[in-house]
Design a protein around this ligand. Structure first.
Ligand SMILES: *[C@@H]1O[C@H](CO)[C@@H](O)[C@H](O)[C@H]1NC(C)=O
Length: 131
């Protein structure tokens, strides 16, 4: 019984992941949509990165990004080119001290429409944030 429910759960998880991936790919092709990608390159601590991004309209809540992994979010620019997302980062160093960075302006329509267009990437380092 336990074995069967585990198999069903795994199948369910695969279906959900597949659905999420396909809907993400479809929506990423829509006109005007911007993908912001944030990668955790917290070397040498290789800590999990906690990311929270907000705009005037949206609170994307806290996300945990393992070392080397990325976190994406997508949105549509508003017609006035005033879209602004800012993000705060925190992580726990190996000595259990928490470090915080931000808020950083991660996406500003006027700055970024030409700089990175539909796909804006950031890499989060221990010392800094790199485009
Ligand atoms: C983030 O978006 C980019 C561009 O669409 C894609 O190449 C990458 O695989 C995405 N990463 C994740 C974790 O979804």
């Amino acid at each position: 019984m336990v074995g069967r429910s585990r198999v069903i759960f795994i199948l369910f998880a695969v279906v959900v992941v597949t659905l999420c991936q396909s809907s993400r790919q479809v929506s990423a092709r829509l006109d005007g949509e911007v993908v912001v990608e944030i990668q955790n390159i917290l070397d040498p601590s290789r800590a999990d990165l906690q990311v929270q991004c907000l705009s005037g309209d949206d609170n994307l809540h806290n996300h945990i990004v393992e070392f080397g992994n990325t976190y994406n979010f997508t949105f549509e620019n508003n017609v006035w080119d005033t879209t602004l997302f800012f993000c705060c980062f925190q992580w726990e160093k190996p000595d259990h001290v928490w470090l915080q960075g931000g808020p950083y302006n991660i996406y500003m329509a006027k700055r970024d429409q030409e700089r990175c267009m539909h796909y804006c990437r950031w890499r989060v380092e221990e010392e800094d944030l790199y485009p």
